[in-house]
Design a protein around this ligand. Structure first.
Ligand code: NDP
Length: 455
């Protein structure tokens, strides 16, 4: 894929970038390595001052950064502003908490003193996707830099201006040169980078295929990885739920980021007594959502998908599912096969083995299942290759929590749409990946958890 900004709303090429040459890659790695030697010796208070400033820079210029996001991947501007603000929040969060999360931890043993010391690893490579092109990066960078590591970003090829703008944030607020760098390279160049001795660990957010490839190269090199991959989150509606209110939430949960979110609700599992009424209300809410030009129309709910090929792939997934017996309850879809716009759609009658039963649908297509009872709903929810998030909707909060424990996922929300929060761990089980981001667990992924024993 060439490294280009293509406005997905107009489908026009705005800018093309030359990939970094081997010489430029080498210089970038040298800068990162040199930066690490100095950065690792800085105090938490020095790092915190800079990270606080990075957060201030984002919070003070949301519109500037949001426009770059919307231009390159098509999300409505208001949502892009929200993304930039969330990045500011994660910078401020780790500026305030990193020291406490990485303090020496004394453990009582037979030693005079024994403790765990959390020490940085060095250059961490981040291979990142286009769907939340700022958030995915800051969610990695804020804890990694606060821990004393340095960051190297290989961003998705369709968001090069986001990649450069993120480096600009860190440079502008005074992070030493080399602490955070964006490398404009294609995915084929990633293998060589992972093999380089100066790269100590890798984090990837993206598809299962990219995750498997990166993890296998890193595994061969005995380098730590964190993988945040796809999801097909269940949205379980129990018979005692408020159908009208939850159907409204369901439409919003499916259309987060125009459906292109790993934690968007994708499979709607309805307890039989409310299934019909819920489906009707859900469909009505899906149809109420408005689209338009992400950069100009303020009052819209969804934009085009991020690339034409992604919309075509989604169309093809729907066609395969229908050919295998699923029914289109709400047709939606791509009005023009050469454009990235895709209207919300709903599939029902999905049997095991159907593509919609097994695959992630990364766009505004809701997959609906009917369950005999709550236990059957949990069984359907768990009968998936993925295990990222999920939600349960019920008027019985106690029962909701008990059922939440039974869902095989990294996060289950009761009566709330799944979302990430800097204070809580984020990540998956099964094919959704491994390792955790955010919270105190996230900052401890890329550190040497060293035992020090004093006899
Ligand atoms: P990819 O997983 O291909 O891209 C994510 C990142 O990985 C990009 O930086 C990409 O670079 C890089 N990459 C891709 N293949 C390799 C490889 N073999 N070795 C090293 N790096 C690689 O996502 P797509 O853009 O192709 O989207 C396809 C699907 O992935 C979506 O439909 C969705 O299902 C899933 N996805 C999931 C996301 C999530 O949040 N979990 C986010 C985005 C996508 P480059 O852009 O240069 O190819």
């Amino acid at each position: 894929m060439s490294i280009q900004t293509i406005n997905p709303y107009t489908n026009t090429v705005e800018k093309t970038f030359d990939p970094a040459t081997p010489q430029e890659v080498e210089e970038t790695l040298q800068r990162a390595d040199a930066a690490f030697q100095a950065w690792r010796t800085t105090s938490f208070s020095q790092r915190s001052t800079l990270m606080q400033r990075a957060g201030d820079e984002l919070a003070g210029n949301t519109d500037y950064y949001a426009r770059i996001i919307s231009l390159e991947m098509g999300k409505p501007l208001a949502q892009a502003r929200g993304e930039v603000n969330k990045c500011a929040m994660v910078c401020h969060y780790y500026a305030q908490h990193a020291e406490e999360f990485l303090q020496d931890e004394d453990i009582r043993t037979s030693a005079v003193r024994s403790f765990i010391s959390y020490e940085p690893l060095g250059t961490v490579l981040a291979v990142m996707p286009w769907n939340f092109p700022f958030w995915q990066v800051f969610r990695f960078a804020a804890p990694a830099l606060m821990a004393g590591n340095v960051g190297l970003l290989k961003h998705a090829s369709n968001v090069p201006q986001c990649a450069l703008a993120i480096q600009e944030v860190f440079d502008k607020v005074g992070f030493p040169q080399g602490c955070f760098q964006s490398l404009l390279i294609g995915s084929r160049e990633v293998e060589q980078l992972i093999k380089d001795n100066r790269v100590k660990a890798v984090t990837l957010t993206g598809s299962e295929g990219a995750g498997a490839k990166v993890a296998s190269v890193a595994g061969n090199e005995i380098k730590k990885t964190v993988l945040e991959l796809g999801g097909s989150d269940a949205f379980i509606v129990l018979a005692d739920a408020d159908v009208e209110a939850v159907a409204k939430k369901a439409a919003s949960a499916r259309l987060i980021n125009t459906g292109q979110s790993c934690i968007a609700a994708k499979r709607f599992i309805l307890e039989k007594p409310i299934a019909e009424a819920f489906l009707a209300a859900f469909s009505e809410n899906m149809q109420k959502k408005r689209t338009g030009n992400p950069l100009e129309d303020e009052d819209i709910d969804y934009g085009p998908l991020a690339r034409v090929d992604l919309a075509q792939e989604l169309t093809e997934q729907v066609e395969r599912s229908v050919a295998a017996g699923a029914k289109l309850y709400l047709k939606g879809g791509q009005p023009d096969p050469e454009k990235a716009l895709f209207h919300p759609a709903i599939l029902t009658d999905i049997q095991p083995g159907n593509p919609a039963y097994l695959e992630e649908f990364f766009g505004p297509v809701a997959l609906v299942f009917v369950a005999e009872d709550a236990q059957d709903a949990i069984r359907i929810a768990n009968d998936s290759p993925f295990g990222l998030g999920g939600s349960i909707w019920t008027n019985d909060i106690k029962r909701g929590q008990e059922l939440a424990r039974q869902v095989e996922a990294g996060a289950v929300f009761v009566n709330s749409i799944v979302a990430s929060d800097p204070a809580l761990p984020f990540g998956g089980v099964k094919k959704s990946g491994y390792g955790r981001e955010l919270s105190y667990l996230g900052i401890r992924e890329f550190v040497n958890q060293k035992t020090i024993w004093v006899g």
